[in-house]
Design a protein around this ligand. Sequence first.
Ligand code: ATP
Ligand code: MG
Length: 259
Amino acid sequence: MTPAPGPALEARGLGKRFGGVVAVDGASLSVGRGEILGLIGPNGAGKSTLFDLLSGVQRADRGQVLLFGEDVTALPAHARARRGLTRTFQLARELDRLTVIENLVLAAPDQPGEALWRALVRPAAVARAERAAIARAGELLETVGLADKRHEPARALSGGQKKLLELARCLITGAPLILLDEVGAGVAPALLDHLTDTIARIRREHDRTLMVIEHNMGLIGRLCDRVVVMAGGKPIADGDFDAVCADPRVVESYLGLAA
Ligand SMILES: Nc1ncnc2c1ncn2[C@@H]1O[C@H](COP(=O)(O)OP(=O)(O)OP(=O)(O)O)[C@@H](O)[C@H]1O
Ligand SMILES: [Mg+2]
């Protein structure tokens, strides 16, 4: 079946206020299918809040979210996840005491263990599904370069390795659209190139669409087809990396923060 045309994700006039703070102030943007879109901007610009509104973690005060053409504004996060959107958070949320492969298997969709009655009624089918999830998790650990860590507790991973595990968790959900919040934060320079290459390869080989929030401009410049700059809760520039970097409004938004 040919997928319907049109963007993977669209924000139309999204707004969100926390008390007196306007975090997102009428933000509109779209992410094309197969695209890697960078989202940059100074601290407090509203980038993570925009991710919350797109993924359904927070309800928007106004505006709409369209996911593969469908209006999902009224749907909670888990319903948007079922429709193909997965994300990471600015602070990693892996389960420290579980091993790397256990963290990954837990993120696999339709875990049979979730339905106790099924485990009791059809134990063979459950065991088969679990074997399949473990095999898939093993493959994805190869993809991100963590195969030798599969039995380590997640807490033993470095900052960069945790980011790789988060990527694998996004992949195992099968969601075609992945939102990554500060994917390069806390990653040692030696791992940053590997992380960047892995994201590029995920788009190519796994046919995913990605939206990436990141402060490291080297990573953004290498990875993204297009960059949206946010300041004061809304996009102020949208274009290729070199063009947005040369935009005086963008320079001013960063300098304004430093002043
Ligand atoms: N839950 C909340 N309650 C109150 N204010 C909030 C909340 N979440 C975000 N804010 C405020 O909204 C604004 C936007 O925050 P947000 O975290 O979206 O920015 P950001 O662009 O992701 O910044 P950073 O680059 O530092 O991660 C900030 O002023 C922040 O203090
Ligand atoms: Mg943020």
